[in-house]
Design a protein around this ligand. Structure first.
Ligand code: MG
Length: 384
């Protein structure tokens, strides 16, 4: 049986790796939709190779150019946010992979769920900002969201070992990023090129910087909170620099189930595509003779305060996580453009969060407004 899949964000890191998994099983998948923000050169190549029914480009002028280039191809080219939503709802698609970056993932995710699509979610920010809306929609449609994030895929797999009411807690592992063990003073002089060099994982720029600040782990705590309906108190973070154990579940009897593999996103991506089955592949296996030891330590909340901000925002709830996410998107962009030093990223977040008047039980519109407010406050602070 051929599975018809659409990839929202097909030119990014997760998108291109999803296509490389698809290439390993060419007779099992049919690509019905692809999308990019602005990289139409790569998107054009992908369209010519996979011949999807539709493709969406977020930037309208880029969409127009792509349309011109693809006169000889029978793929509908959609434009802008509306185009992306049309693609998320594309009738022929069975499984939507949301590999968008940042807040932009929220609405297409909601649309795909509303249309009853199976959903593989790589966009953690959509759960951070709109977790309640997404999970309510998923429950209403009786859809199990399949996580693509390596930690959440690990937990999703470990949970097959027990029932929901037998979970004591989950333990998210963190590599600690490139600055594990650094002091606040050392962190002050970090350059973007240093922060973009992750020791274990090859990822996009945004998530790599978030890994360096531990904001990524904080977002993953909130992501897990929604995906697995667990209180924040039941979600722990342990630093494990080798990234061999991708996360763990502790059950009420004290047994801990861990999921391990060679650190590559191709494993969780493949599991999301083949779930609930497992398919033989040729991905690299763990080499025990090279693995001398694995280490664990507790995160340094003082030097990397972003992790605590995520717990705080999660406890406050309402629109606060959306504001944290918005301020973080602005701060990371500011750092990548050399407008603020690395050590100012958490300062921006703390400042913006402290000014926010929280709205509880937010609607989609409330979240969109909180996001815009957080971005504006973040940019104002950056200009100072
Ligand atoms: Mg992750």
């Amino acid at each position: 049986m051929v599975r018809k899949i659409s990839i929202l964000g097909s030119t990014g890191s997760i998108g291109t790796q999803t296509l490389s998994v698809v290439d390993q099983f060419p007779d099992k998948f049919k690509i019905t939709g692809l999308s990019a923000r602005s990289n139409i050169n790569l998107l054009e190549q992908q369209i010519r190779k996979y011949r999807p029914q539709a493709a969406a480009v977020l930037l309208p002028e880029k969409a127009r150019e792509l349309k011109k280039r693809l006169r000889d191809v029978n793929t509908a080219v959609l434009a802008g946010e509306e185009g992306l939503k049309t693609l998320a709802a594309w009738p022929d698609t069975e499984l939507v992979i949301v590999a968008l970056v940042g807040f932009s993932g929220l609405e297409p995710t909601l649309v795909a769920l509303r249309e009853g699509k199976a959903l593989a979610l790589a966009n953690k920010e959509s759960l951070v900002v709109g977790g309640e809306l997404i999970m309510t929609e998923a429950r209403a449609q009786n859809i199990t969201i399949i996580p693509v994030d390596s930690e959440h895929s690990a937990i999703f797999q470990c949970l097959r070992a027990g029932n929901e009411n037998e979970i004591e807690k989950i333990i998210l592992t963190a590599s600690g990023g490139p600055f594990l063990g650094w002091s606040e003073k050392e962190l002050a002089c970090v350059q973007p090129c240093q922060a973009l060099k992750h020791p274990n994982w090859a990822m996009g720029a945004k998530v790599t910087i978030d890994s360096a600040t531990l904001m990524n782990k904080g977002f993953e705590v909130l992501e897990a909170h929604w995906l697995f309906s667990l209180e924040l108190e039941k979600i722990d973070v342990v630093v494990h620099p080798e990234s061999i154990i991708h996360s763990m579940v502790e059950f009420v009897d004290g047994s801990i189930i861990a999921q391990m593999s060679f650190p590559s996103m191709l494993f969780p991506i493949q599991y999301a595509l083949t779930y609930p089955e497992r398919w033989r592949n040729s991905l690299p296996r763990l080499k025990w003779e090279q693995l001398r030891s694995i280490n664990f330590l507790l995160p340094d909340h003082k030097t990397f305060p972003c992790l605590s901000y995520a717990y705080q925002a999660g406890k406050t709830g309402g629109t606060m996580p959306a504001v944290l996410n918005a301020a973080n998107e602005v701060a990371v962009e500011g750092f990548l453009e050399n407008r603020i030093p690395f050590s100012h990223i958490p300062i921006v977040l703390e400042e913006v969060m402290s000014k926010h008047s929280v709205k509880q039980n937010p609607s989609l519109q409330d979240i969109i407004e909180a996001d815009a407010w957080g971005r504006q406050e973040g940019s104002n602070f950056l200009q100072k």
